[in-house]
Write a protein that binds this ligand. Structure first.
Ligand SMILES: CNc1ncnc2c1ncn2[C@@H]1O[C@H](COP(=O)(O)O)[C@@H](O)[C@H]1O
Ligand SMILES: [Zn+2]
Length: 346
């Protein structure tokens, strides 16, 4: 199964750049700093609180406080996903400014886009897009600025900047405050991927679900058994809003009690669009291959099921239809070799 999941062409739609930074990139970055001796990720099998997860991002942000580091992290993350046979990747990141190093939010996004372009120029077998993230801790004004920034960069890079993400500590603020900002983004043609109900959030959820977003991140507590409501479930089903599901992230962050109770099962059994994602492959010491494997073992999925999951994920990408068609050819091309190697019919 491990080999099958590795060889499988995959689609990653939920990856935060700074949470995806690998140990080897951390080592490069630490070498440029003095006196930095921290643990930047969780070991396999460990558990934490969401607060402790956010503490890791704060530590990583100290390393990526300049444009060279942001470029390096983005470049390395793309290479690593490509090595993991991810053929289509949507990265998301929160533009940050750091006065001391002269990094503005524009320069931040510029560094990310340069790294994507440089990987393109190397003809890597991966297509990469970018979503700009709104950190809910930073309030509406910053959210508004982020959408403006996304509009600006979409004009200069229409093929790369595809959407807006809402993320950050789910226990902070009220997502409804951002609704005008999301509507503006939508009007401008930007897609919306919102972290929703990562923890129980009765107040804001319904209004956000009714936007509706183009995809939901986590949706851990949407269903009644997890603190949500039947109305939430029905709304998601009606809109057919795809869910980005990140097993290891939810397990380490303890937003689910164990994998058997992960919301994947609930939605997958309803044949609702589910996308297996990593969230933060660096911080949670995982890879998309490992997430597929974990899903297979936990929910008793066959190679055929996994094949379907990865190929169907392409349907929910924020790119143009012609690119989706082109990418589906990769699955077609990989099929005979995989059927032969694993002695099965896909
Ligand atoms: C674990 N579950 C999660 N829930 C909510 N937001 C998360 C997250 N994991 C990551 N982020 C968001 O992504 C940022 C790091 O990447 P960037 O600096 O943007 O590239 C974090 O600071 C947080 O805002
Ligand atoms: Zn996330």
């Amino acid at each position: 199964m491990e080999e099958f999941c590795k060889m499988l062409p995959k689609v990653e739609l939920h990856a935060h750049i700074n949470g995806s930074v690998s140990e080897s990139t951390i080592e490069k970055l630490v070498a440029t700093k003095q006196k930095l001796d921290h643990q930047f990720s969780f070991k396999k099998g460990s558990t934490a609180t969401l607060k402790e997860c956010f503490e890791k991002f704060r530590l990583i942000h100290q390393l990526t406080d300049n444009v060279d580091a942001v470029y390096q992290v983005t470049y390395d993350v793309i290479q690593e996903f490509c090595d993991d046979n991810v053929r289509y990747l949507e990265l998301r990141s929160t533009p940050r400014e750091v006065t001391e190093t002269g990094m503005t939010k524009e320069l931040y996004v510029d560094a990310v886009l340069r790294a994507i372009r440089d990987c393109e120029a190397e003809n890597l077998d991966i297509e990469v897009k970018l979503l700009l993230a709104i950190d809910r801790r930073n309030g509406v004004q910053v959210g508004q600025d982020t959408v403006k920034l996304a509009q600006k960069f979409r004009e200069s890079h229409p093929d790369l900047v595809v959407g807006i993400d809402l993320s950050g500590d789910p226990s902070v603020g009220d997502g409804r405050d951002f609704i005008p900002v999301f509507k503006e983004a939508k009007d401008f043609g930007l897609k919306l991927a919102l972290h929703l109900c990562e923890v129980p959030a009765l107040q804001e959820t319904m209004d956000l679900l009714c936007l509706p977003p183009d995809r939901i991140g986590h949706g851990t507590c949407l269903h009644p058994e997890a603190g949500g409501t039947q109305e939430f479930v029905d709304t998601v089903l009606t809109h057919k809003t795809p869910l980005e599901l990140c097993l290891t992230s939810n397990l380490i962050g303890q937003t689910v009690p164990d994998l058997d109770n992960h919301q994947f099962k609930f939605w997958y059994e309803k044949q609702h669009p589910c996308i297996i994602c990593t969230d933060d492959k660096g911080v949670f010491s995982t890879s998309l291959t490992e997430e597929y494997q974990l899903a297979a073992v936990t929910f008793d999925l066959s190679p055929n099921d996994l094949w379907r999951l990865s190929l169907d994920s392409m349907n929910y990408a924020f790119c143009e239809e012609h690119l989706k068609e082109k990418l589906r050819e990769k699955w077609k091309a990989a099929k005979p070799g995989m059927e032969k190697q694993f002695n099965l019919k896909l």
